[in-house]
Ligand binder design. Structure first.
Ligand SMILES: Nc1ncnc2c1ncn2[C@@H]1O[C@H](COP(=O)(O)OP(=O)(O)OP(=O)(O)O)[C@@H](O)[C@H]1O
Ligand SMILES: [Mg+2]
Length: 278
């Protein structure tokens, strides 16, 4: 199958590394697979476990910003074009330990502006060097747009690890092959030689369908160490939470979506060799 080939050709993207503040890109060039939902829910879960988390909303759609109920008059636009400090644009989400640099309308044309830069692959890594040095946050999560544009590729190049949310459906598998290839290309470009595939999170799992199970089995077969043990079920509550500006932990704390994302937050920390703060 395609994956056996990819793992043979690019084994180096599966090796773990260690740093201080970890930058995690949540990426999949395919749209609507649960990137933003995972970014919000993992960030909120880690914050509940006592980790100080900064979420960067790098998507002009600004779904992570609105999904957290954040209304801000400044956005990540000026830091991205080098006219403001990233740390100066951090705003509180009004939740303990959870901070965001919001996206906004002004981001809609930024891809074109950024593409003109000579360092369009590495500029975000350089911007984040300042945030890393400041060392105020334990984790910096990047919510990325569904494209292969500059915002997405520079996010990969800025990250220590990529987390791939993958919808439990056939086209999800095709998308997985593609993003693994892109991660390898970013590594080989020299922009992020230590970038690794930190995990694959299966989203919108429907246990009643054979297809969901087949897709999970297929990913498990080829990425046994990368696939997260806990899958995220498809639930109405998860899909409606952002319309209230609430995380799943606030919208339905005891539901299956909240339980899954909390288990994933624990699993994430374990994989980092990190532990919750009491
Ligand atoms: N576990 C789930 N159960 C039900 N609906 C979900 C679940 N996860 C995500 N959704 C819904 O699916 C849609 C796509 O999810 P989301 O916005 O997180 O994906 P995305 O990959 O960020 O999309 P885009 O590529 O447009 O940025 C949203 O309407 C979201 O509420
Ligand atoms: Mg999104």
């Amino acid at each position: 199958m395609i994956f056996s080939h990819l793992v043979r050709v690019f084994p180096q993207i599966l090796v773990r590394n260690s740093l201080h503040m970890k930058v995690i890109a949540i990426a999949n060039q395919k749209g609507g697979v649960g990137k933003t939902t995972t970014a919000i829910s993992l960030a909120a879960g880690l914050a509940k476990l006592g980790k100080k988390v900064l979420l960067l909303d790098l998507d002009p759609q600004a779904n992570a910003t609105s999904g957290l109920g954040v209304e801000a008059d400044s956005s990540i636009y000026y830091p991205l074009i080098g006219e403001a400090e990233m740390l100066d644009k951090v705003v509180s989400t009004e939740r303990e330990n959870l901070y965001i640099v919001p996206s906004g309308m002004d981001l809609s044309g930024v891809e074109i502006e950024l593409a003109r830069k000579d360092d369009h692959l590495t500029f975000l890594r350089e911007i984040l060097a300042g945030v890393r040095k400041n060392d105020e946050f334990d984790y910096c999560l990047l919510d990325t747009p569904p494209s292969l544009g500059v915002l997405m590729t520079s996010s990969l190049a800025a990250a220590d690890e990529v987390l791939i949310p993958l919808q439990c459906e056939y086209f999800g598998l095709e998308g997985l092959a593609k993003i693994i290839h892109i991660i390898s290309q970013v590594k080989e470009s020299g922009a992020a030689p230590d970038l690794i595939l930190g995990g694959i999170i299966m989203t919108m799992y429907d246990g009643r369908t054979n297809l969901s199970n087949q897709v999970v089995d297929e990913v498990k077969k080829h990425f046994p160490d990368q696939i997260y043990e806990r899958v995220v079920p498809r639930t109405i509550r998860v899909s409606e939470a952002p319309s209230f500006g609430k995380t799943i932990f606030e919208h339905e704390a005891s539901g299956s979506g909240a339980r899954a994302y909390m288990a994933i937050a624990h699993e994430f920390l374990e994989r980092q060799g990190d532990v919750p703060v009491d």
